[in-house]
Ligand binder design. Sequence first.
Ligand code: DX5
Ligand code: ZN
Length: 222
Amino acid sequence: MNRKKPAIISPSLLSSDFSRLAEELAALEQAGVKWVHWDVMDGAFVPNITFGPPVIKACRQNSELFFDVHLMIEQPDRYLADFVDAGADLLCVHVEACLHLERTISEIVRLGAKPAVSLNPHTPLHVLEYILPQVHMVLIMSVNPGFGGQKFIPFSTRKVRELRDMMEQQGVDAHIQVDGGVTPANIRELADCGADVFVSGSAFFGFPPYAQRLKTFLDAVK
Ligand code: DX5
Ligand code: ZN
């Protein structure tokens, strides 16, 4: 059975030039990128602090990209409405940060965004068993969140394969996103295992021009 979906590359702005965010977004769009990954960090769930709704809202004014917003924050329920108001198309919360995950997912849907859940590397897949039919995407973290430029954790590949199997068993056709240490060298194996959305920060922004880099990633999955 051919279970591969068309690959989507979602460059992580964490590795972009923060002093030129609007230009970076325009350059991505110009290069043919469709999704862009916003790493929101609160200094509590992860050690770093990045940006929040006001920055996303300002950038939304001049961008048609699909805003894929990865919330690495404690108690994300406090800010869901603010992020949707800012222009997030998809909100991805961490299961480790949600005490009442079903409520959080339902609230994201009610607000009009696509709901997604993320798992830290050590978090087992079974936490998703009952919630899987309600999510648009599952994000498998392939590094411990908090920093760009880390090394891919090898067991993530098996985790992706087992998640795709779990989805098929349930008749669920959601996206599987992989985030952390993704490069043109490992994207193919991840796609073969059932991932279809690939986040890349350092391995994308470090290699301009972006149109060429996007092609390198996509050619590697073909
Ligand atoms: C890590 C972030 C990632 C990160 C990926 O906490 O969630 O999105 O930016 O960066 P690279 O591709 O450099 O590992
Ligand atoms: Zn991320």
